[in-house]
Every structure is written in structure tokens, then in C-alpha cells.
Design a protein around this ligand. Sequence first.
Ligand SMILES: [Ca+2]
Ligand SMILES: [Ca+2]
Length: 158
Amino acid sequence: MRFLPLALSAAALAVVLVPVVPAQAAALPAVQFMKIYYNSPGSPDNGANSSLNGEWAQLKNTTRKAISLKGWTLRDKTSASDHVYTFGAFTLGAGKTVTVRTGKGTDTSTIRYWGRSGGTFAYIWNQTADTGYIRNPSGKLIDSCSYNSSRVESVNCL
Ligand SMILES: [Ca+2]
Ligand SMILES: [Ca+2]
């Protein structure tokens, strides 16, 4: 009987050590913003293609399966109808990222080009505050990323 307290303690400890099933973690968006680089290098920003491509948004496939982004959209906060980038045929591999640059260029497996031009009015990402939105082809909001600072050039969205 003298060992009973110890046994009880061990039993109590065992209870404590039973793995606790974590509360349901908030599900990551299947595709989420990693970063928006909104202040293109250089000042003032001159609207040249290289400068337009100096601002970009990076998206990540957080799942373990490749996702076809065909028909998915990326846009900023303005309601301007020409501020929507719609992915063409493009598959984002599991865990992979893709960077969407604002200007013109040749698409690759990791970089897509919005294709905008027209000087300083062609920028998408405001230098003070803005919000990016990713939607699937059904128009469902999958992720967003907001920022509100002109003191830095980019925002980490995680
Ligand atoms: Ca700049
Ligand atoms: Ca904007």
C-alpha cells in the first residue's frame, strides 16, 4: 500500500502524457499569398517594363497535390476591371510558388507576367496600402493579403 501514492502519481502522469489531439488547426488556403513586393526598386518609379516587373505577388500551393490555376484570378483592391490577372493554362506543383510580375515578359514555370504596360498608371500594387485577392474559377475568395506601410517595400503575407 505504501506504493499506492506513487502508482497513482504514475497513473496521473500517464494521463497527462496521453497525446492530445490538437484542436483543429485553421486550414491553410490551398493557394495563399507568400509576399507582395509593392514598391518597385528605384525612385521615382518610372513605369518602364523593368520597373513594372519589379513589383510582384508570390503565391504558394500549400497542398500536397498539384493545382491547375487555369481560370484563377489575382487582383488588387481597386474595382478597376483591368486590374484582374487571370491565369491561363498553368499548373502549380505541390508546395511550389509562382511569382506574378506586373509587366510584360515570357511566362515560365515559376514566373507569370500580368502583361501590363502604359507607364506609371500600369502599376497594380499601391505603395502605401492595398490588398491582394486570390479567387478560384468559381469566384470564391481563397486568400487575401493586406498591407499598410510606405516605409517598407514588401509585405510577407504569412
Ligand atoms: Ca520604387
Ligand atoms: Ca492597386
